[in-house]
Design a protein around this ligand. Sequence first.
Ligand code: NAD
Length: 246
Amino acid sequence: MSTLDGKVAIVTGGASGIGRATALLFAREGAKVVVADLDGAGAEAVAEAAGGVAVQADVSDPADCERIVRTATETYGGLHVLFNNAGIIRRTTALDIDVEEWDRVMAVNVRSVFLMCKYAIPAMSGGGSIVNTGSGWGLKGGGNALSYCASKAAVVNMTRALAIDHAKAGIRVNSVNPGDTDTPMLREEAKQLNEDWAAFEKDAADRPMGRSGTPDEIAQAVLFLASDAASYITGSALVVDGGGLA
Ligand code: NAD
């Protein structure tokens, strides 16, 4: 038997990077997967590879979040796993981010987790597992990333509060907190800082394991938290960063 046989899973931000790797891993482990992303064509491509369904959606929008959950329950008859992973970054300080950009980072990274939980938890009638993507920068500060650091700290602590509120309903809620992981987002960060990719790679080389993580390495941690192997783990913040935070 595979780890997620018979389970229905939603992956937000599933078109790219960590979400894509996780959607494909969940499918290999037997789950029926709903791939939700702002990038509809990207979501379709991953859903096709995963044998699942795609939803083009903005996770900061309540109606879209409700529709993602409805797609899972109407297509597959239930919901067991929710991976709240969609996110954006702005490499800016308090002085150079404008108010609209601040609000957008908070809406995509934080409000989305609340909204998806609001609609998904009632659908997890037999219990379930929610994994939220935090970040190393949800657990410590980082330069030129004020809104992102604030948003990811909110995700980490919201995870703990959700875990307490829904433990007795058999719903576990944990965060996975990646360090630098080689995805389109990390390459976009280099662009926002006007740095070349080599500077980012040098940064990674200075850390304990001397490299960035791969999307698959994060996906394996998400799979563990999503699965029954983590049956007594809730409210935790699992760090997957090659020793960076240490
Ligand atoms: P990515 O850019 O490759 O993937 C993010 C996906 O989210 C994209 O497909 C994008 O279209 C989607 N998305 C963005 N806004 C959305 C919205 N409003 N509604 C629906 N989908 C939306 O990035 P990634 O590196 O795979 O990031 C995944 C998560 O991991 C994010 O929450 C990110 O903050 C977090 N993270 C990444 C790193 C890293 O180094 N890559 C480190 C720590 C945490």
